[in-house]
Design a protein around this ligand. Structure first.
Ligand code: AMW
Length: 440
């Protein structure tokens, strides 16, 4: 999956955006023509970014069609959108492409793509929460029957109209995602949608305004409206909400567009005036996110530099790396990135992250080494056997009878000092890390 490729400068000031409302059906050409005319109109009005709804490409009549018509992000059809972005010098938020996975045709992702004014993909977000709902006699929509969920958090992206958090439709009901985007710098949150009629009538505006108010962000929600086929109908009311919670632009229930001004200085002044994020009680609750870092930084284990090639998994708080002198085949270490000696020196967020990573690594190691047991241990302090004064969790794959009467703890306390146990070569360690990196 593509993540942000270029670090862009932060937008400031006022910007114009266009938000589209469509009634997509299974006629891809017709859907494209409608989107095209909207993008043209936005270009004429000097908008810098145009937001299209979920299913801008199509809405199939049944689950087979939803899968069969899915496409890749670099196909000819999508190239036409890239050309439009270039021609009209606009950025595009293309919410909810039925995105074919080349290695799994039966299960496309639902992908929100951001295309820049050069026609290049800046970022792709695969919808995390699939909409499975059945209200007998009213609505039945089982997204998991024709889509698969993404499994990665995607940080907000710098666009000309501000730092934009990516979500899709049903994601609006999961406030942690928006909160995380805000914490990562989002000034706008986007929810390209195809909200069903019933849920839209009851919840659409309330949910969007709540996300805007609690995160002090603009919320931009392009939408589908009307009947797509005899079985599926959408609520419409594409809208833009400002960070105070006011609806500043809205479509009704027809195919249409609305336009809004994004004032980033308003976002800043509002956050200054009411600094709710500095009032959070992080000592009592925390938002933990299972986030993977793609950067392979060189980190330190106490004073020892650990080369990036020895690190096989990392998150914002923790890193997992191969051992210099392993006690068993499959003995690795997890440490917090911050160099502290004791577990008690860690924040709650760091502690949670460390052990969540440890659990993931354990699962990977057991599978890879074909074992059913592991020793997970921390020697916290010199008297407990700690030789490197940087908190770390040992994970050791265990096999039947490998340490006599479970004398592993003596072994762990002494293995570093045994003269016959030589440090492994950097190359051997890098090879082992490469295997684990792929498996993680
Ligand atoms: W302790 O006895 O502090 O609980 O464990 C320290 C662990 O760190 C040992 O297993 C040791 O082999 C390992 N180790 C020490 N230095 C490095 C290094 N540079 N890279 C990887 N592992 C290391």
């Amino acid at each position: 999956m593509l993540t942000t490729v270029i670090r862009r400068t932060m937008a400031t000031g006022r910007h114009f955006i266009a938000v589209c409302q469509m009634t997509s059906d299974n006629d891809l050409e017709k859907n494209f023509d409608i989107a095209k005319s909207m993008i043209e109109r936005a270009g004429e009005r000097k908008c810098e970014m145009v937001f299209l709804p979920e299913c801008f490409d199509f809405i199939g009549v049944n689950k087979n069609e939803q899968v069969d018509l899915a496409m890749t992000a670099d196909c000819v059809y999508m190239q036409r959108y890239r050309d439009l972005a270039k021609k009209h010098n606009v950025w595009l938020s293309l919410g909810g492409l039925h995105h074919k996975d080349p290695s799994d045709h039966a299960h496309p992702w639902n992908t929100h793509l951001i295309i820049d004014s050069q026609g290049a993909t800046c970022v792709e977000y695969n919808k995390l929460h699939l909409f499975d709902l059945e209200i007998p006699g009213k609505v039945r929509l089982m997204e998991s029957e024709f889509s698969k969920a993404g499994n990665e958090m995607v940080p907000p992206v710098e666009t000309p109209v501000g730092c934009l958090g990516l979500s899709i439709c049903y994601d609006v009901r999961f406030p942690e995602l928006s909160l995380w985007n805000r914490q990562r710098g989002a000034q706008l949150l986007s929810f390209p949608s195809a909200f069903t009629l019933n849920t839209g009538l009851a919840h659409w505006e309330t949910l969007l305004r709540a996300r805007a108010i609690e995160n002090q962000c603009y919320v931009v929600a392009a939408a589908q409206t009307g009947a797509h086929n005899p079985k599926r109908q959408s609520y419409g009311h594409a809208m833009v909400v400002d960070p105070w919670g006011a609806v500043v632009a809205q479509c009704s229930e027809r195919v249409d567009m609305c336009f809004a001004e994004i004032d980033l200085s308003y976002v800043a002044s509002l956050r200054e005036m009411q600094p709710v994020f500095s009032h959070r009680r992080s000592d009592l609750y925390t938002l933990h996110v299972n986030e993977r870092n793609h950067e392979t930084d060189d980190l330190k284990f106490a004073e020892f530099p650990i080369p990036a090639s020895h690190i096989f998994y990392s998150t914002p708080h923790s890193f997992a790396f191969v051992n210099l002198k392993p006690v068993t085949d499959g003995h690795v270490l997890i440490s917090p990135k911050r160099v502290v000696q004791h577990l008690t020196d860690l924040t709650d967020a760091e502690t949670a992250d460390l052990f969540i990573v440890a659990k993931k690594v354990q699962a990977m190691l057991e599978k890879h080494h074909n074992v059913k047991a592991s020793t997970i241990c921390v020697q916290d302090g010199k008297e407990a056997g700690q030789t490197v004064p940087h908190a770390h969790v040992h994970i050791l794959a265990r096999r039947s009878g490998d340490f006599g009467d479970n004398e592993i703890y003596q072994k762990l306390a002494s293995h570093d000092k045994e003269p016959e146990r030589k440090p492994r070569s950097k190359e051997t360690m890098a090879e082992e890390a490469e295997v684990y990196r792929k498996l993680m």
